[in-house]
Write a protein that binds this ligand. Structure first.
Ligand code: SF4
Ligand code: SF4
Length: 222
C-alpha cells in the first residue's frame, strides 16, 4: 500500500493562510489504513485547523469529505458542486489523489496535506516499512523475495557492500542490511547459487528515471 505522513500543522496552516473556506478531502484507500488521510484524520485535522485559526482571530469554514478513493474520477467528480464555494481543497490523500483532484477540477487549487513516502507493509501495529520502490523490473525472484532496491541504502544489485557488519546496514544502524536478509533467505530456500551470478547493471529506464510511465492493459480493452 501507499504510505503517507501528514505534513506539519504549521506548513498546512501556511498553505491555506489566504483561505476563508476550504474543502478538506481525505481518501478511503491506503491513507485510511495508515491513519494519515481517512475520515478520522479529516475530522482531527479539521478541528486542529479551526482551533488554530480561531486563535489567530481568523475563523475558517471547512467542508469535510472522504471519497472512497481520491485517485479515481468516479469518486471525485461528485465533489464538483461543493467545490464552487471553496477557496481551495486541502487534500490528505497521496500525491496521486492531489493530482487527480487537480486534473478533474482544474478551476480549483488543490493543496497537499500529506507527504507521500513509499509503498510499504505494516510490520507491526501502526508501523510501516518500505518494501517496493516501483522500479518497473522486479528482481525479487533471484533475491529470495527481498527487495534490494527499496531496502538497501545503496540499491546494490550485487551486495552486500563492504560496510555491512553483524547484519546491520552501515548507512543506518537501525536498519538490517538488506543483503544480509537476502543471503539468509536464499540460504533457507536452498538458492545460495543465485549469489554466484554477477548481475548486470539494471536498466533504470523502467523506473521513473525515463520520465512518467504508463501501463495499458490490452486485455481490459476487449
Ligand atoms: S525489485 Fe523493483 S518492483 Fe520488485 S519489489 Fe523491488 S522496487 Fe519493487
Ligand atoms: S550495509 Fe547492506 S543494506 Fe546497507 S548499503 Fe551496504 S549492502 Fe546495502
Amino acid at each position: 500500500m501507499i504510505v503517507a505522513d501528514r505534513k506539519p500543522l504549521d506548513e498546512i496552516l501556511n498553505s491555506i493562510k489566504d483561505c476563508d473556506r476550504i474543502m478538506l478531502a481525505g481518501c478511503g484507500g491506503c491513507v485510511t489504513i495508515c491513519f494519515s488521510g481517512g475520515a478520522k484524520a479529516v475530522q482531527l485535522l479539521a478541528s486542529q485547523i479551526k482551533i488554530a485559526r480561531k486563535k489567530q482571530d481568523r475563523p475558517i469554514e471547512i467542508i469535510e469529505v472522504t471519497p472512497e478513493r481520491q485517485c479515481e474520477y468516479e469518486f471525485i467528480d461528485a465533489l464538483a458542486e461543493d467545490l464552487k464555494s471553496v477557496d481551495a481543497v486541502l487534500s490528505i490523500a497521496c500525491g496521486v489523489g492531489v493530482q487527480a483532484m487537480t486534473e478533474r477540477h482544474p478551476d480549483t487549487v488543490t493543496l497537499p496535506g500529506l507527504n507521500t513516502k513509499f509503498m510499504g507493509y505494516p510490520v507491526e501495529h501502526a508501523l510501516w516499512d518500505e518494501r517496493c520502490a516501483g522500479c518497473g523490473d522486479c528482481v525479487l525472484e533471484w533475491t529470495g523475495g527481498i527487495c534490494p532496491i527499496a531496502r538497501c541504502a545503496k540499491k546494490l544489485l550485487n551486495g552486500p557492500c563492504g560496510g555491512s557488519a553483524d547484519g546491520v546496514c552501515e548507512v543506518d544502524k537501525e536498519l538490517p542490511c538488506a543483503w544480509q536478509l537476502i543471503y539468509d533467505r536464499l540460504k533457507k530456500i536452498g538458492k545460495l547459487d543465485n549469489l554466484k551470478k554477477i548481475r548486470e547493471p539494471k536498466d533504470w529506464r523502467t523506473s521513473t528515471n525515463a520520465g512518467q510511465r504508463k501501463i495499458k492493459f490490452e486485455e481490459a480493452m476487449l
